[in-house]
Design a protein around this ligand. Structure first.
Ligand code: MN
Length: 508
């Protein structure tokens, strides 16, 4: 099932009764045709449902309250067909809790120069009706996306589609549970943060689960189910034939990884969780059911399935990865949790190797991943362990992280260019190699000044526009590092934001 099928976006047309019932009937017909056209364009991931014209304060309030209470509705599009006096939107906008997109468009594409009369003028008034609506939104400090363009234009529809994907991911996050197996890696600052504020501001809930409880699931996993999953691995991934030798240690390690995956999936399903974190220092008691190393292969495969993942207890990244995965559904090139690993100074091509110990999502692989078993000497239990090894696609992408600055969350977004890496025969992990835009020095410098993590959530398909929409809906700060970024301007932006958010918080 497509993740977007469970959702809908409501379309509400602003009008008024000043011009008589016939005018409203015409407005209604135009709106129906537009919504039908939007749905039939094939460009929108979420179904648009026309909710009729709103002609009074009572009607606006009723439809927005209904939107709030409808679980399928992930956002509302408004369009003022006629002049719709904006005071009638005040009570409704005070109520509206769902993301808002204000579409500034017009039913007819061009002015019908030869036939246009005053009746036509009275009926087709979005040119000023949408400004009236924009005024009240701005005066009320209503966060929204404003899309300007002809409704049949692919570019207009593309902008609506971006917002819809973000709305779906936002709705998904309001019902998201992230489970931390073990605590965070000790002493790490950037992966920590205020979980209470995260739930208020970003919607998701973070729980702790002792690894001993995970091990209760682990001990219940049936050998036959593990055997079956191992067979799936061998069918799905390239591997050395020797790996299939059931008497070998490597086979045993693959088998252990499959059992870990089944245990993790079972407990996540039982708890209704959409994301999780692990910690390499907490893998269960040696004398009981336990993992022999971090469940890296499991994390890779669960990420591809849509589970949010953050290493070392990084619950903010786990939640953000799930959001990226939802937004990325159906798009061609994939997404992953990544970590800045090693720098490669090479003039204009200076780049950062993105990897993790093991946990990179195979959705970004350039070719079929290879299942391999190697020693991993980090963590409480040092052992041979299975993992998917691959390099990632080349091309442009966008990576993002959320940090807790003490008084607010900051979303940091960076355009990156993924380039071809050299072979890494002695580092058998999944990886990507990228140049942060506008170049390594400015890109990494700005990221560091912004306080960004070494962990981020990356996609080839998403752009900063998605993150702008996300930050707007969440009401959090966003800074965007891109081809036009200069450090002096970026530093100014950080300073002004500091003041803005301090005042903003005081006003809330
Ligand atoms: Mn890490």
């Amino acid at each position: 099932m497509n993740v977007f099928d469970q959702y809908e976006v409501w379309f509400v047309t602003g009008a008024q009764l000043l011009y008589g019932g016939d005018a409203v009937v015409a407005v209604d017909a135009h709106s129906n045709e537009m919504v039908k056209g939007l749905n039939e364009s094939g460009r929108l991931p979420v179904k648009v449902v026309y909710k009729g014209t709103a002609n009074s304060s009572k009607e606006v309030e009723a439809v927005f309250k209904a939107a709030n209470n409808d679980e399928r509705c992930v956002g509302v599009i408004t369009w003022m067909h006629t002049f719709s006096p904006a005071k009638m939107w005040i009570h409704g906008l005070q109520q509206l809790k769902k993301p808002l997109l204000h579409l500034h468009t017009q039913f007819n594409k061009e002015i019908p120069w030869d036939t246009m009369d005053m009746d036509f003028m009275n009926l087709n008034q979005s040119a000023h009706g949408d400004r009236e609506f924009g005024h009240i939104c701005t005066r009320m400090r209503i966060r929204r996306k404003v899309v300007v363009g002809y409704w049949q234009d692919p570019e207009t529809q593309r902008k609506i589609a971006v917002w819809m994907r973000v709305c779906a991911a936002w709705a998904d996050a309001q019902d998201m549970l992230v489970i931390r197996f073990g605590d965070q890696m000790n002493n790490v600052a950037v992966t920590d943060g205020d979980k209470v504020e995260a739930e208020q501001r970003l919607g998701y809930h973070v729980d702790y689960c002792p690894v001993s409880e995970l091990m209760e699931y682990h001990s219940q996993i049936k050998d036959a189910d593990v055997d079956a999953l191992v067979a799936v691995y061998f069918e799905t991934y390239d591997h050395d034939a020797a790996l299939e030798d059931k008497t070998g240690e490597a086979y045993r390690k693959v088998w252990n990884s499959a059992k870990a995956e089944l245990a993790l999936r079972a407990i996540l399903k039982a708890k209704g969780a959409k994301g999780f974190t692990t910690n390499f220092d907490d893998l269960g008691q040696t004398d009981g059911s336990h993992f022999d190393q971090i469940p890296g292969l499991a994390s890779q495969r669960l990420m591809a399935e849509g589970y949010g993942f953050g290493a070392e207890g990084d619950w903010k990244s786990a939640a953000l990865y799930r959001t990226v995965w939802v937004m990325n559904q159906g798009l061609p090139n994939g997404c992953s949790f990544l970590e800045d690993y090693t720098l490669n100074f090479d003039g204009n091509n200076s780049a950062i190797l993105q990897a993790h110990m093991l946990e990179i999502c195979p959705l970004i692989a350039a070719r079929k991943p290879r299942l391999e078993v190697h020693f991993l000497g980090i963590g409480i239990r040092k052992s041979q362990t299975a993992r998917l090894v691959f390099t990632s696609k080349t091309g442009t992408g966008c990576t993002a992280t959320v940090v807790d600055l003490g008084n607010r969350f900051r979303l940091i977004v960076n355009d990156v260019e993924c380039i071809e890496p050299k072979p890494l025969p002695k580092l058998p992990v999944a990886s990507a190699l990228w140049i942060p835009q506008p170049n390594f020095e400015v890109g990494a410098g700005a990221w560091i000044l912004a306080g960004g993590t070494h962990h981020s959530c990356f996609s080839y398909d998403l752009t900063a526009e998605y993150w702008e929409d996300y930050a707007e809906i969440a009401g959090i700060e966003m800074v965007y590092i891109n081809k036009n970024t200069t450090l002096p301007e970026f530093k100014k932006e950080l300073r002004t934001n500091e003041v803005y958010y301090m005042l903003n918080k005081a006003l809330m």
